[in-house]
Design a protein around this ligand. Structure first.
Ligand SMILES: [Zn+2]
Length: 435
């Protein structure tokens, strides 16, 4: 080959390899900006497709950054499938109802150094609260500007996304613009990420998971309708009180993907024009708070009882410890960076009954960054540099949660009572009532 032909060949190889790698990164890169609906529609198909086009491995491979995900048979005592009756109300027993177990080696995260690969293998669903026709809280700032909560939530969430991706996490946003999406669509985005992981592991392990398809079909209904009300059907499988058998299966599946967490980002407000309330607060659900709320509602149903049927047993396998650790970590890392958002006079870690922390068994929290109707808090919430500090705090908290869980100090004195009524709530609460 002469010198000239050699050069042409090298250029050709270079062009080809660049084209291939671009193609590859498009296929494998984080799809945070992708429409979650596309995700939902293609999940089952793409898993099946890759089963056909990829040579079947003889043993589970290391495809996932957390190592091989094993799918194993589950052998529960069948009596454990029956609800447990308790004080006029029933709960599902604390055992998985699924025929399979998914084993993920979360230990590989422990002690990782903080660098751009630290959170490889983790998935964070970031949910900027409100959007579109639902502005959330609206306040008039001292400079006369009208400030919408939905805008602040999105600005802050986008900065959190950048920080988390810099640590290697895959981030899925429930919205990336000023769109309205229902509470239950937000729930579905998290659920879908979990089932997608199961399906991938099913392909790798060559295990059929037929129980997933009916759940995906039901979630698709929620996605298509995009409504919050029971009458519209927009709650889909999440109707009534408690968890029906399919919801229980979904929760059990989510419970076995602890590398996926859900963070809903909001800014607080109270009914008065200007408030002395201030600071960062975190909400989460526990087994006790959900059971307490559902039980209390049944004892005191008011006129709405007919609207919330059917009544199913309460779910009882939320990972309380992880949820409290995540909430604590986020709170502490934010106030370390923004001390004026700390508040020693009010409870700052609270149980709350919101759809997107109740209708999921992923470790999930609702972050209220600060009070929009407190002028000092509002100045922080609007300031890009403070938003950046907030975002860095959340990213550090997620890193601590996954890689140094033992270093998160849970303060046993922090109030942690079940609170079915939440006086300073600015959101649509969740929804033991139909609206
Ligand atoms: Zn809100």
């Amino acid at each position: 080959m002469n010198k000239w032909a050699h050069k042409v060949l090298i250029v050709l190889i270079l062009v080809l390899s660049i084209a291939l790698s671009a193609c590859n990164s498009e296929m494998n890169g984080p799809d945070a900006s992708a429409d979650p609906q596309d995700d939902l529609l293609t999940t089952a198909e793409s898993a099946n497709e890759s089963a056909e086009t990829t040579p079947a491995p003889t043993s589970p491979t290391d495809r996932h950054p957390l190592g091989a995900m094993q799918i194993l048979p589950n052998h529960p005592d069948t009596s454990a499938f029956e609800p447990v009756e308790s004080e006029n109300w029933s709960r599902w027993p604390a055992v998985s109802a699924l025929p399979n177990r998914l084993q993920i080696d979360m230990e590989t995260l422990i002690g990782r150094e903080k660098n751009q690969r630290a959170l490889d293998g983790t998935v964070v669903i970031l949910d900027p609260g409100h959007g579109g026709k639902d502005p959330g809280a609206i306040v008039t700032a001292e400079d006369g500007t009208e400030v919408f909560e939905k805008t602040l939530n999105l600005e802050i969430a986008q900065k959190i996304k950048t920080e988390l991706e810099a640590l290697g996490a895959r981030v899925i946003m429930t919205r990336t613009n000023d769109n309205w999406i229902s509470l239950y669509q937000r729930v579905v985005v998290g659920a879908n990420a979990s089932l997608e992981q199961w399906l991938t592991a099913g392909v790798v392990n060559e295990v059929e998971l037929p129980w997933i398809n009916p759940i995906l079909d039901n979630m698709q209904v929620i996605y298509n309708l995009n409504e919050d009300t029971l009458e519209s059907g927009g709650r889909g499988m999440f109707q009534g009180i408690g968890a029906n058998e399919m919801v229980r299966q979904l929760f059990d599946a989510e419970r076995e993907t602890p590398n996926i967490i859900f963070i809903s980002v909001h800014c607080n407000s109270s009914p008065e024009t200007i408030t002395e309330s201030h600071g960062t607060k975190l909400y989460y659900c526990t087994n006790l708070s959900v059971f307490g709320d559902e039980h209390a509602f049944l004892m005191n149903p008011g006129e709405e009882i007919a609207d919330v049927e059917p009544i199913d047993p309460s779910y009882s396998r939320y990972d309380d410890e992880a949820r409290i650790a995540l909430a604590t970590s986020i709170h502490d890392q934010i106030i370390t960076r923004l001390p004026s958002l700390s508040n020693e006079n009010d409870p700052v870690l609270l149980t709350g009954n919101y759809a997107f922390i109740r209708e999921t068994a992923l470790d999930s929290v609702l972050l209220e960054c600060g009070y929009m109707n407190n002028p000092q808090d509002l100045a922080i919430l609007r300031d890009p540099q403070s938003q950046q500090l907030l975002a860095e705090g959340v990213a550090e908290a997620v890193y601590q949660f996954f890689c140094h869980r033992n270093s998160i100090i849970i303060n046993p004195d922090l109030p942690n009572e079940p609170t079915s009524a939440n006086p300073m709530d600015d959101h649509q609460p969740a929804d033991l009532s139909p609206n």
